[in-house]
Ligand binder design. Sequence first.
Ligand SMILES: Cc1cc2nc3c(=O)[nH]c(=O)nc-3n(C[C@H](O)[C@H](O)[C@H](O)COP(=O)(O)OP(=O)(O)OC[C@H]3O[C@@H](n4cnc5c(N)ncnc54)[C@H](O)[C@@H]3O)c2cc1C
Length: 411
Amino acid sequence: MTLTRQAETSLVDEKICAVDVLIIGGGIHGAGCAQALASRGYSTILIESGQIGNGTSSRSSKLIHGGLRYIETGQFSLVRKSLRERATLEKIAPDLIHSRQFLLPIYRHNRLKHWQLVLALCIYSLLGGLRKNTRFKRLSKTEQNNLTGLKKDDLIAVYQYWDAQTNDLALTRAVIHSAKQYGCQVFEQTTFIKASRLTNKTVHVEARQSQQAVNIDCQIVINAAGPWVENVQAQIDFAQPGPGIDLVQGTHLEYDQAISDDIFYLESPDDHRPVFIIPWQGGTLIGTTEVQHQDNPANSQPTESEIHYLKKVLFHYFPTYQGQFIQAWSGLRVLPKGPQNTSLRRFAKQARETILHVDNNYSPQVISIFGGKLTTYRATAKSVADLAEKHLGRAKNLADTSIIPLQSPQK
Ligand SMILES: Cc1cc2nc3c(=O)[nH]c(=O)nc-3n(C[C@H](O)[C@H](O)[C@H](O)COP(=O)(O)OP(=O)(O)OC[C@H]3O[C@@H](n4cnc5c(N)ncnc54)[C@H](O)[C@@H]3O)c2cc1C
């Protein structure tokens, strides 16, 4: 397979450019699709209205994980797939994906009982193929007592299992870097405006770069606009109506002092939702929340009540913590529309699957990505590329992104 590096000229300089695939959105999904398609030998352009990774893909909890919490909602295939992807990413991006111990303290007041959590850990381990880093253990009394700062009242047991952590923005940039090495042209500050079908081989796309109109002809459009997926979908004149979605805001707090090198998986004393306490760049992250967002995605902001909620969790479990609050930030999950009830844990129960929505199953000209996880981006991108191949014809290269190494661009 040959690697080509193409210089990025301004799109404005070209009257109209023609390409196999246009990808809208430079988050982890757009990056993954760009890499998957470019490495198969298709000509690709990715446009991003802001900067690479500055949407949801830099506002996540930064966990590369199977998602222990999804065992409770019976999403076993999602967990199995995520654990498989975790193993793949650990192999291809060892500088970016770091195995971490997760500590799960069980208190008398927990909503989930001791036996339920142990059962969930057993299933998690089974779904991970019982590999070494999917096993768990109960900490001894001495190990438990050595967990500095953790509230010990009503503590029944602490379990330790393995998952992984990344820098989501660095991972997204690394995937973009790889896509560029395979010839993808990437344009930041370039906003998709609208698309229309000219023929069953050509889609015409209008975009704006530096306040100037840009025209691109392509065979397929990939809509990887994350929380803006419906806005983009609405501007593609041949797209079919997408599945209903909820935008669900999640906020994180950042503190300046580390609590631990391990990740704590805790239950909020208010509504019993899971909340993580995560080591991050020498300090600590606490997250996250689940609040419905009905405004423009660009207006997602942490609310006072989310900040209060997360601070309460932190000081409930680490009452003597001395760290200083630095900042709070939020991102939006795209979830398939759930039942309209007012239960406090409504979003915690909602399915997390990724939906690939097409205009035509046999020969799609637009593929829209609804939802998804950072962890499973590569598998999602592979499915998108397989779908795109139906329209584009057999790929020139038999590229396999599960063996393409990823490195931070500065290396
Ligand atoms: C609070 C929170 C915590 C999470 N934690 C985890 C976790 O720990 N582990 C995990 O696996 N997953 C996690 N996720 C999920 C994961 O972060 C997302 O699934 C993933 O980042 C979504 O990536 P994306 O590329 O679809 O969207 P985004 O990263 O939002 O990218 C979409 C991009 O499209 C661009 N765009 C929009 N409109 C246009 C336009 N008209 N023209 C050009 N560009 C446009 C935007 O600027 C944006 O950069 C979390 C999500 C949230 C919200």
